[in-house]
Design a protein around this ligand. Structure first.
Ligand SMILES: Cc1cc2nc3c(=O)[nH]c(=O)nc-3n(C[C@H](O)[C@H](O)[C@H](O)COP(=O)(O)O)c2cc1C
Length: 170
């Protein structure tokens, strides 16, 4: 199969997930291209599209939504994944599915992913600028987090497993 993994990222966490998912699918024998979602408008030659994006204030990043709309428009079979800080806990993962994914469904009518991945990201305290820094540091401190350095919560092996599971469905 020819597969596109299109990702939307602010600081790179979602890209790292897209890359390991791409690696797994390549190992499974698929021709797999990993690209930024905003560079992925021409999707007609793919058999399957995977769309990943991180969350900002409860919303999936715009380029991920746009790529998902395009996949729906062209009736491409697709899977999606989210990368965010809520996904650090099982309770938070429920929020992603019940709240963030529901919002995506409202904004991308017809979206019907074969699988939905939910992966924890990075808190980029060292990169945030005002006023985002103020908000994120405040939120981190409320949870007892050391905000003097980035906090990496990623579980790249979970994404590898997710890709292997997805491959079994393709
Ligand atoms: C301005 C801002 C708002 C965010 N809002 C949320 C949120 O509502 N829920 C959440 O779970 N994570 C939120 N996050 C955390 C990001 O989704 C997380 O840091 C993710 O790893 C970023 O991935 P990226 O580098 O691919 O953009 C927010 C991050 C920023 C900078």
């Amino acid at each position: 199969m020819r597969i596109l993994v299109g990702y939307a990222t602010g600081y790179g966490s979602t890209r790292s997930y897209a890359e390991v998912i791409g690696e797994e699918l390549r190992q499974a024998g698929h021709e797999t291209i990993v690209l930024e979602a905003r560079q992925s408008r021409d999707i007609k030659d793919y058999d399957f599209v995977i769309i990943g994006g991180s969350i900002r204030a409860g919303n999936w990043l715009g380029p991920a939504r746009n790529l998902a709309r395009r996949a729906v428009e062209l009736k491409k079979a697709h899977a999606i994944f989210f990368c965010c800080l809520s996904a650090r806990s099982d309770e938070g993962k429920k929020t992603v599915v019940e709240d963030y994914f529901e919002r995506v469904k409202g904004k991308v009518p017809g979206i019907s992913p074969l699988e939905v991945g939910v992966f924890p990201g990075i808190a980029n305290y060292e990169q945030y600028r005002f006023p985002v820094k103020q908000i994120m540091v405040g939120e981190g401190k409320d949870h007892g987090v050391d905000t003097s350095k980035n906090q990496d919560y990623r579980k790249l092996d979970d994404a590898r497993e997710w890709a292997r599971e997805l491959n079994r469905l393709l």
